[in-house]
Design a protein. Structure first.
Length: 222
């Protein structure tokens, strides 16, 4: 009972490493999504307010980003720059921003049709003032729900890259690196793969469930 999940090949407590690795993976995922949201709010909001050439240019840029797989982009950046966590974060920020830019643009266009937005224009509010004071606060609920849902997906992607040796490197405790260490002893100790695998599954399912629950709760309130 001193080692709830047992120990790895170096005698390190697996339970402690999985707990630290889970928080580390979730922290990286949240950092990635915060950067994605900041970039997407700027470009998606602008594309929703300006429906001419500016909007088409931003949408073309978003489509290009959306077509880039995060794993492929991470491999390219690792080859061009260095194999580091920041390289992986940059690849995720670019590859995930396309979806968020289009999503935010759609929300902005829907909210612009509401009566209170038309009244804001009649009161003399400019486009940027209307966007910052009336539109962005009203799309944060839907954006937060998507944010919570995607945390688990980013954790899964980060762990997958770490398992391949890209991004987070040993001895840093991260779910993907723990899985990689356990893989080498699969034939003799296959149970070493279960705790980190279950941790990734629980994080993914929890983020999906919490995202949907958050959306339903706020729909009832509104």
């Amino acid at each position: 009972m001193d080692h709830f999940f047992g120990t790895d090949y170096l005698g390190r407590d697996l339970y402690s490493r999985i707990m630290i690795g889970s928080f580390y993976s979730i922290g990286l995922a949240i950092l990635c999504l915060v950067c994605v949201c900041c970039l997407s709010l700027l470009l998606g909001g602008l594309a929703g307010m300006e429906l001419g050439l500016v909007s088409k240019t931003i949408l073309t840029f978003a489509d290009i980003l959306y077509c880039l797989p995060s794993i492929l982009l991470a491999l390219v950046f690792v080859g061009l720059f260095a194999n580091s966590v920041w390289t992986v974060i940059l690849s995720f920020v670019l590859s995930w921003s396309g979806k968020y830019i289009r999503y935010i643009r759609g929300l902005v266009i829907d909210i612009r049709r509401q009566e209170y937005i038309q009244l804001a224009y009649q009161r003399g509010c400019g486009k940027m003032q209307t966007l910052l004071r009336h539109i962005l606060p009203n799309l944060m609920i839907a954006l937060t729900s998507l944010f919570i849902t995607d945390v688990g997906r980013i954790v899964l992607s980060i762990s997958g890259l770490s398992f391949l040796g890209i991004g987070v490197q040993p001895p840093q405790a991260e779910l993907g690196t723990i899985l990689y260490d356990a893989k080498q002893y699969f034939m003799g100790s296959p149970w070493l793969l279960l705790p980190p695998g279950l941790a990734i599954t629980i994080i993914l399912m929890a983020s999906q469930g919490l995202g949907g629950l958050f959306q339903k709760r706020w729909e009832k309130v509104l």
